[in-house]
Design a binder for this molecule. Structure first.
Ligand SMILES: NC(=O)c1ccc[n+]([C@@H]2O[C@H](COP(=O)([O-])OP(=O)(O)OC[C@H]3O[C@@H](n4cnc5c(N)ncnc54)[C@H](OP(=O)(O)O)[C@@H]3O)[C@@H](O)[C@H]2O)c1
Length: 352
């Protein structure tokens, strides 16, 4: 087994955490990105080689991709970075992994399924907290209730709740891209619906969660075939009001100075200490036409950085061990419902 892979966007907040974890686990990442000074400084510190190329430099990209069996793309927003990197992977026969979580990101990659199968290349987006834990839980629930027709997922964070900087960018991008409210799947089709509050028991009593837009609405259909799906997030009412106020800015939200102003107001970049204090709780429920239900829960580390890093590195390891089914994949389709449980600190429980 080769331990070498390309880590693009290595100088980003999450990319750097992943680079350090991968080296700790004995993997051999080549650190890559477009910012020569930052990528090379990190590579030197970790004793790893570096490659510097922009995503519009296809010859530089192809040269770097040809050296490895797999790339983990940590450069986002993925609306800008996934397509050129997937193009490069299909040209060079390199497996593709990323941390995307947006419905549009998954749609764009799933549309390359036939090309990827023809080239024997795996395209597996979403190997971070979006969507490894929830996707695995969805398939686990489907296995518990094979007749399921409806799937509901929810998650919330307990403890210090700063976002990684790239996630804030993705949320801001989503506000300009999607209608306010939520996206659900009904009878196999994606549909915009209003947000809706409900209570979910993550294991210690009811918590209010709001129906939202999350990548599982797209990917869980591929993993489970369940035609109706909605996802809820444990935002506070204050956070929902703040997001509502931001949305009122409309197209102004795309202006760099507006985004920079928002970034200064919203704390991002959780420290290692803050992450160690946080836990992420995940809840899932399936139901069939006869009213039979099954509920399962996960408890794991802080989601945006810690959980994301361990699942991303675990996915790289799977590919390096030769597990890379060709075509568009979801984490659960590629690696089964228990893949997320291989990460330390993650537990799952089933209601009877
Ligand atoms: N799946 C999950 O659960 C999960 C969790 C955390 C983060 N994420 C996603 O992961 C991504 C990175 O997050 P982060 O917090 O690490 O963000 P970050 O600190 O802002 O880093 C972004 C990285 O992407 C690079 N980049 C951005 N646009 C690029 C482009 N057009 N071409 C080449 N490189 C580009 C940046 O390079 P420069 O330094 O050169 O600008 C930097 O290396 C985001 O999209 C975020 O939404 C997903």
């Amino acid at each position: 087994m080769s331990d070498e892979f390309l880590l693009y966007g290595a100088n980003g907040f999450v990319g750097e955490v992943i680079a350090r974890l991968a080296v700790q686990r004995g993997l051999k990442p080549t650190l890559a990105g477009r910012n020569a000074a930052r990528v090379q400084a990190l590579a030197q510190e970790l004793g790893r080689p570096s490659r510097v190329f922009r995503l519009d430099d296809s010859s530089g990209m192809d040269k770097a991709l040809r050296e490895v069996p797999v790339v983990l793309n940590c450069a986002g927003p993925y609306v800008n970075t996934a397509t050129p990197m997937v193009d490069g992977c299909l040209r060079t026969g390199t497996h593709y992994l990323d941390l995307s979580g947006g419905i549009v990101d998954y749609e764009a990659i799933a549309a390359r399924d036939a090309e990827a199968k023809a080239k024997q290349v795996m395209l597996l987006p979403g190997v971070g907290f979006d969507v490894v834990p929830t996707d695995g839980l969805a398939l686990h629930l489907k296995e518990r209730l094979p007749s399921a027709t409806h799937l509901r997922l929810a998650f919330c964070l307990r403890g210090p709740s700063k976002l990684p900087p790239g996630t804030l960018n993705t949320i801001l991008d989503g506000m300009t891209r999607y209608k306010p409210g939520a996206i659900v799947r009904r009878n196999g089709q994606l549909e915009s619906v209003p947000p809706e509050w409900r209570e979910v028991d993550f294991g210690k009593g009811p918590v209010r969660v709001v129906r939202s837009i999350w990548g599982d609405v797209f990917s869980s259909f591929y993993s489970t075939g369940i035609p109706n799906m909605e996802e809820y997030i444990g935002y506070s009412e204050q956070q929902v009001r703040q997001m509502g106020s931001l949305r009122k800015l409309g197209p102004l939200l795309k202006l760099p100075f507006v985004q920079n102003y928002i970034r200064r107001q919203v704390p991002t970049g959780p420290t290692a200490e803050e992450r160690a204090q946080a836990r992420t709780l995940v809840w899932g429920e399936v139901e069939d036409d006869r009213g039979h239900k099954a509920v399962s829960r996960l408890c794991g580390p802080e989601g945006g950085v810690t959980w994301t890093s361990v699942t991303a590195v675990a996915a790289v390891q799977k590919v390096l061990e030769g597990h890379a089914p060709p075509g568009y994949q979801t984490p659960a389709k590629a690696y089964g419902p228990d893949f997320g449980l291989e990460c330390e600190g993650v537990t799952r429980e089933d209601d009877n």
